[in-house]
Write a protein that binds this ligand. Structure first.
Ligand code: IPM
Ligand code: MG
Length: 353
């Protein structure tokens, strides 16, 4: 198993270091895991003048899977757009054709009090958002800022081909088959042609999965339903921009954005694994960050890329155990729990394994 490790910026190196401890523990138990690190995001810009240096992309291509921390920081905000850290992330997703982004939102019972929603609304929550990741307004052309009739205009293009919609729909239906067999397709078909096509193509793909109950929902309603009654959802499939927004919203159902892992997969299950949160420059370098989303991303790697469910479960169970034992980083801490640092949390997970 060859893993390219890209810590990135801000809290990225701290949280990835905890995931590396987990990998070390697995190696000690006999798993053959090779890791190599490279720079991405602002770190890539600092090292090679490029948020996705050639060497990093080469390493990622040669690897079976990629583990990524986070990118971005205020010191890079004034760079030209193509040099900004976020562009490195978007490019690696596109270059590796990682079109299916899986973002599970799961509530650990002990964290019900950490959610801003009432415990009874979120108790037992287990949903999965499948976000299309290489299309939509994120990549559509034309895009830009230019002067028209004496004033500046900014524009982007929301665009999906039917083949792009079909392939992500197949992934979502496939996952729904292994879960609760309910899929909700989220779009804005009452206003956008792009969404109208999305809804039609998803309905066509549904014919191949007669056991899955398909529903459609407008994104504004979905945003509301997610906080009103999130447990009505099993799997949600949606486009890139809607998925970006809804997955941040869903993260708060589970108590903290520091708990949500993600997998970004290509057609052959090669994947990039990263927490859905950002680089949190305000707490970077202070050993305060929550490493659990990164460690849980590692569990997803074993499940989806390496097909090793047992190891995935071992990591997931270790996380469940440390939560049950009362260990909490600041973001999920509540009265009566043991407040720990990022590295202490990493050690606790390894001990629980
Ligand atoms: C995410 C992030 C990224 C995105 C940013 C950092 C470019 O918000 O992974 O959700 O918008 O996809
Ligand atoms: Mg986001």
């Amino acid at each position: 198993m060859k893993i390219a490790v890209l810590p990135g910026d801000g809290i990225g190196p701290e949280i990835v270091a905890q995931a590396m401890k987990v990998l070390d523990a697995l190696r000690r138990d006999g798993l053959k895991i090779e890791t190599e690190q490279a720079a991405i995001g602002g770190a890539g810009y600092d090292a090679a003048g490029d948020p996705l240096p050639e060497a990093t992309l080469g390493l990622a291509r040669a690897a079976d899977a990629v583990l990524l921390g986070a990118v971005g920081g205020p010191q890079y905000d004034r760079l030209e757009r193509p040099l900004r850290p976020e562009r490195g992330l978007l490019r690696i997703r596109k270059e590796l054709n990682l079109f299916a982004n899986l973002r599970p939102a799961l509530l650990y019972p002990e964290l019900a009090g950490a959610s801003t929603l009432k415990p009874e609304v979120v108790a037992g929550l287990d949903i999965l958002i499948v976000r299309e990741l290489t299309g939509d307004v994120y990549f559509g052309q034309p895009r830009g800022i230019e002067v028209r009739n004496g004033e500046r205009v900014g524009f982007n293009t929301m665009i999906y081909t039917e083949s792009e919609i079909r392939r992500v729909a197949h992934v979502a239906f496939g996952i729904a088959m292994k879960r609760g067999k309910k899929l909700c397709s989220v779009e804005k078909a009452n206003v956008l042609e792009c969404s109208e096509l999305w809804r039609d193509v998803v309905a066509e793909v549904a014919r191949d999965y007669p056991e899955v109950e398909l529903s459609s929902m407008y994104v504004d309603n979905a945003a509301m339903q997610l906080v009103r009654n999130p447990k009505q959802f099993d799997v949600i499939v949606t486009g890139n921009i809607f998925g970006d927004i809804l997955s941040d919203e869903a993260s708060m159902l589970s108590g903290s954005i520091g708990m949500l892992p993600s997998a970004s997969l290509d057609a052959r299950n090669k994947g990039l694994y990263e927490p859905i949160h950002g680089s949190a420059p305000d707490i970077a370098g202070r050993d305060l960050a929550n490493p659990l989303a990164t460690i849980l991303s590692l569990a997803m790697m074993f499940k989806y890329t390496f097909g090793d469910e047992a190891t995935a479960e071992r990591i997931d169970n270790a996380v469940k155990k440390v939560i049950a034992q009362g260990y909490r980083t600041g973001d999920i801490w509540t009265e009566g729990c043991k407040r720990v640092s990022c590295s202490q949390m990493g050690d606790a997970v390894v001990a629980a394994m």
